[in-house]
Design a protein around this ligand. Sequence first.
Ligand code: ATP
Length: 513
Amino acid sequence: MAQEDIFKKIIAHCKEYGFIFQSSEIYDGLSAVYDYGQNGTELKNNIKQYWWDAMTKINENIVGLDAAIFMHPKTWEASGHVSAFNDPLIDNKDSKKRYRADVLIEEYLEKLEAKIQKEVDKASQHFGKNFDEQKFRTTNQRVIANQSKVDEIKARFIQALEKNNLPELKKIIEDAEIVCPVSGSKNWTDVRQFNLMFSTQLGSVTEETNTIYLRPETAQGIFVNYLNVQKTGRMKLPFGIAQIGKAFRNEIVARQFIFRMREFEQMEMQYFIKPGTEMEWYNYWKEKRMKWHKALGMGDEKYRFHDHDKLAHYANAAADIEFQFPIGFREVEGIHSRTDFDLGNHEKYSGKKIQYFDTEENRNFVPYVVETSIGLDRMFLSVVSNAYTEETVESTGEQRIVMRIPEVLAPTKLAVFPLTKKDGMPEKARKIIDELKFDFNCQYEEKDTIGRRYRRQDAIGTPFCITVDHQTLKDDTVTIRHRDTMEQERIPANEVGKIITEKVSMKNLLKSL
Ligand code: ATP
């Protein structure tokens, strides 16, 4: 099945099983804004807990913060967001559709590269073992022509972005003969810069001076509180401040479900360090964060690093952790060495001294920062897209959809079914839940056949189901059924809690980091 179709199925599944709904759906929705349903909320909370504990609980020098979304407008001047947080946009005059100029060019390059790859794959199949890819790439006329187009456009594109040359971006679109996917025409407007911050008015007077922004990243709440936390917590370098919270960006092209939203959630940690040690800490956090992802067991091959060629205005080194989504390898987290750009600028703009006194070296300086910044919603998307599995049950030939969510993150850990609604089975099932509901989320289900109840739990990723039957009433044993293997075993009812706790334990996962 095409990856695009799988992605559509995942989106439909998320809606059907209470993971994610379109915001204000009864009014036909709000573009690129989503609500998390009953199962989505639990999954999201579990991801948050995994991140929060991995930062603040197991590192004694990392503490938490919960800063407000609204901040003094000067914050965003100091951070560079007022002047530089822009995307280049372009409109098609016929369809009236708006695009990101850089994305149009990137997609064009991706298409050409895919064409080249197709030729290579075809030839490789044709020639088999004797295929010399290098030779083919340098002699096949079609490949050479396409490759030189890619090289030329790429070089112009990188230069245009670096120089912020908007007319050149338009020229590239024209020269490459990129058409609007809706109207099919090449009737483009000029490229303009578009600031991604949402603004609103503070108080009741609509004056320029009252304009404030919805924060486009959580990091600045940490920077402006650096001194507060350092002083009140008597923190010594190196130390970190972690925060989870909403961020808002007026994205021009917001497609691809929760991958790119206008309101989303970030989990960011700023690590304050001595100047000169940034590369050491940058590499340390790159490895640490990759380990955190891989520890979930979703497959090591699904992750890769992507080092940035073009650095943001604040960074001296930056890499993304990319995950293999159904739409391809895409960024899920960024690790950035931000130097003293932010604290230094806040010092300048606020006129307050924001420094650290190093007692060993007996000197003051502005600390450097290495940050790790992950999108909670993208992390959520990586988990659900990896989990979604359609398979045929061997024994019955029946189709099932199972969400193979890592057990520790699953919204519900245990479902308990009485085989029938009589003979005291419901009471016994409820009794098991009443004991275990303090440890993890449980669900009670008595409707339909056991098989159908299993399917419903598979669809929301519940790793364990327990059935209370006639034998339970005689010897206090139950059957436990495992989601992924569908294997069933008979175990004493009083061991259920222990077995499941072991498998879904956040503690064990954190210990493995
Ligand atoms: P992109 O290049 O995809 O726009 P970015 O490089 O601008 O992302 P950062 O500013 O580094 O992203 O933000 C850190 C993280 O926040 C990203 O790795 C991503 O997971 C998440 N994120 C950023 N923008 C969005 C968005 N519009 N919707 C959902 N998550 C987002």
